[in-house]
Ligand binder design. Sequence first.
Ligand SMILES: Cc1cc2nc3c(=O)[nH]c(=O)nc-3n(C[C@H](O)[C@H](O)[C@H](O)COP(=O)(O)OP(=O)(O)OC[C@H]3O[C@@H](n4cnc5c(N)ncnc54)[C@H](O)[C@@H]3O)c2cc1C
Length: 404
Amino acid sequence: MHIVIGGGPAGFMAAVTARRTDPSTPVVLLEAGRQVLRKVRVSGGGRCNVTHDCDDPARLVTNYPRGTRELRGPFTKFGPAAVADWFAAEGVALKSEPDGRRFPVTDRSASVVDALTAAAHGAGVEVRTGVHVTALRAVEGGFAVETGGGATLDARRVVLATGGATSAGSGPSGFDLAQSLGHEIVPPVPSLFTFTCRTALLKGLAGRSATVRLAAAGHASEGPLLVTHRGVSGPAVLKLSALGARDLHDAGYRFELRVDWLPDTSDADALLRKQIDTHGRRQVAGDHPSSLPRLLWAALVREAGVADAARWADLGRDPRRRLAALLKETVLPVTGQTAFKEEFVTCGGVALGEVDFRTMASRVQPGLHLAGEVLDVDGVTGGFNFQACWTTGWLAGNALGDRE
Ligand SMILES: Cc1cc2nc3c(=O)[nH]c(=O)nc-3n(C[C@H](O)[C@H](O)[C@H](O)COP(=O)(O)OP(=O)(O)OC[C@H]3O[C@@H](n4cnc5c(N)ncnc54)[C@H](O)[C@@H]3O)c2cc1C
């Protein structure tokens, strides 16, 4: 018998694949919670962003701040197109949104949950819920899997698919179990969060958005930024939070966020000079040469020390230069972070050097495989986190089914 620990997307994919590859070996999936696939159910705002429309492994891996190198090979074997085919065969057709995110055509995460549970049932996977694995010991010929209920199960091989830092609930986590078998755990810190920033400049601007370039702690990102009541959010912020997850954590989430409001304009001063020449009689705060929302522009004008009523023709050299500088680099003081409501993941986990990414086998403990977020792998938003789970779960399942 094989045991899969963790009833999330990685565990389900591993268990189903193992049974289908080798129907003669029983597979038991143990889930601590009362419900399996809890995160899949709530994911993507209830729609489940299953994967991303990107079939070039080299490009796909750039969406993973951790796992970039290691996931490239696995994605050639079971990438987004293979995932779409897999779900289509289970009766769940996927559609792509213009930004590349892929959802079930039903727009319901329940379709994905139902397909995975039906696939597990059909393949003969025995799913046991409410079973928390409290200890995992290597014994002759396999593993002794101890559960909270006091029972000990014997397994020939084990897949650890226990998810990230927030997945375990109370009791030992997958990190504890992996560590007890000799694995190194890269300390977990949050990824995918928004920035708290209470500065006068952003006051009254909640809901306004702009396409920007951001930089902080040696990391940079580009894309839409959304001003919120607490600070800033949006794809560019989330991406930066993922890229800088560890550095920003180490800084206690107190850092300077540099915003380039005109990423496509290299010479902002030239843009302003042209505006002076062509629209001198118009108001600086009200009529501007950028695509920034009017209120945001007006706030930057005020921040540059330009009077609300000033006209372009009256804009002196110094205020013009101050405004140009501010447009290319506004420094926002960030004082904290808030979990993003749609999706948050763990940066950190089982050290990647200790895993063979052809089979997801542990290099530390023979017979142990690892899949999903328990690994030090995480992606930005857009379906990349589930994709890593499908891929690593599928590889682990295949390896389990391979009776070598
Ligand atoms: C609100 C939210 C929305 C998200 N939306 C998306 C999205 O749309 N697209 C996307 O790509 N990603 C999304 N993510 C991220 C994605 O959900 C995770 O990356 C993914 O679920 C990780 O899968 P996993 O199988 O590794 O772990 P999990 O889904 O966390 O599952 C692990 C399971 O293991 C169980 N477990 C843990 N320890 C033990 C133990 N000792 N014994 C027994 N069982 C145990 C847990 O109870 C849990 O059910 C979202 C995350 C959140 C929080």
